[in-house]
Design a protein. Structure first.
Length: 118
């Protein structure tokens, strides 16, 4: 069982930056694919970025060039660095993990709110 706890959200002006953290307990993250998702009010949850165990990263179109996903296996923590934030990035951001290479994510955090003011 993996427990995930996000932090680092908050209020930021458009053009600013935030770094979200996802601290894991229960299992080591090094064997899991990690991902970030987000959900804006009235919208479905959408994929933001993922980082596979081998180092491969994938990004949504809106995240390419602005967001960077990383992980520190020693700290058992994943990160999402977000730069040049836009008002449309306002959402609750969720960290997720899966043990298998493909398929759905098994473990989810409780989410952290990111609000970008224009």
């Amino acid at each position: 069982q993996v427990q995930l706890v996000e932090s680092g959200g908050g209020l930021v002006q458009a053009g600013g930056s935030l770094r979200l953290s996802c601290a894991a307990s229960g299992r080591t993250l090094s064997t899991y694919t990690m991902a970030w998702f987000r959900q804006a009010p009235g919208k479905e949850r959408e994929f933001v970025a993922s980082r596979w165990t081998g180092g491969r990263t994938d990004y949504s179109d809106f995240g390419k060039g602005r967001f960077t996903i990383s992980r520190d296996n020693g700290k058992n923590t994943a990160y999402l660095q977000m730069n040049n934030l836009l008002s449309e990035d306002t959402a609750v951001y969720y960290c997720a993990a899966r043990a298998k290479m493909l398929g759905s994510y098994e473990y989810w955090g409780q989410g952290t709110q990111v609000t970008v003011s224009s």
